[in-house]
Design a protein around this ligand. Sequence first.
Ligand SMILES: C[S@@+](CC[C@H](N)C(=O)[O-])C[C@H]1O[C@@H](n2cnc3c(N)ncnc32)[C@H](O)[C@@H]1O
Length: 283
Amino acid sequence: MISIIKDYEHKTKMKYSNSNPIGPGHWNAVSYRGNWINFYSDADFIYEYFTRQIIEKFKHKNRLTIVDFGGGDGILLHTIKQQLEENNFKVIAINLDLNKDNLKLCKKKYPEVIAKKWDILRQYKKDFADIIVSRFVLQYQNTPGQLELIKNANFSLKKSGLFLLMWVGNKNGKKFNAIMAKITGIIMNIAYRKALQTRNFPSKYSTKKLMASAGFKKITAVKVDARGFLSANAWAERFNLNNKESNELKKKFYSYSKSNNLMTTIDGKLGYEFYIPFIAAEK
Ligand SMILES: C[S@@+](CC[C@H](N)C(=O)[O-])C[C@H]1O[C@@H](n2cnc3c(N)ncnc32)[C@H](O)[C@@H]1O
């Protein structure tokens, strides 16, 4: 499964933090409080869901160690670190990811972030971090992998440490997983069943249960105040699709729209909506 994730990341043309333009149906765009933003890099969005929670919880501390589980190109850690430093914190920021392209990019773009090759389904250092963040990584793992990821976060946090977890969801879980697996199958040129192993968009409720069973306390789960929408064009724009793959994808989107109610049209583009669940919990 890990090799699928590596290949999938390798196929991406645009990295998370720098996709343009922003707007409905483009990659990374969500509608947040009335505006379309890049939800990977938007500083206000990151402040609201990550930095603000950290400042509130750690106001009596000034040195913080933050570990990102699957931090990609490091944009999230870079932004949080910068915002915390503006609030007089000293921050050590460590990005654990297994994709070497993303790690290379992280080292180049954000040298202040320590980028380390690590499979987060393996235990990292015990009682080590004040904060663990993980964004848009959970849905890559199957259910046992999701529990493992959450347990490993608990293992690496210090007592009373904070875990901030954000991922992609949809109210129609199974159908959504199926469509995402079909799209992934086309992108990766792999069988549907294989793709389905890496497409597991869990609900807020099931994830809250996993958090409790991994030993977390004070678990607060919310739906982020943002609405996502992705079209076939967005996928084609983001991945290195050739014309044939691109056309196949567009046709599939059209046929999905006939067979289920997940598809909708915004600004003349056919696509599907998603929401973003978020959990803050303490060890
Ligand atoms: C959609 S990207 C999100 C990147 C980053 N968290 C952000 O929000 O900007 C998902 C990242 O998770 C990483 N990933 C997925 N499974 C992983 C695993 N088992 N161990 C380490 N990294 C993993 C991928 O390599 C990729 O960089």
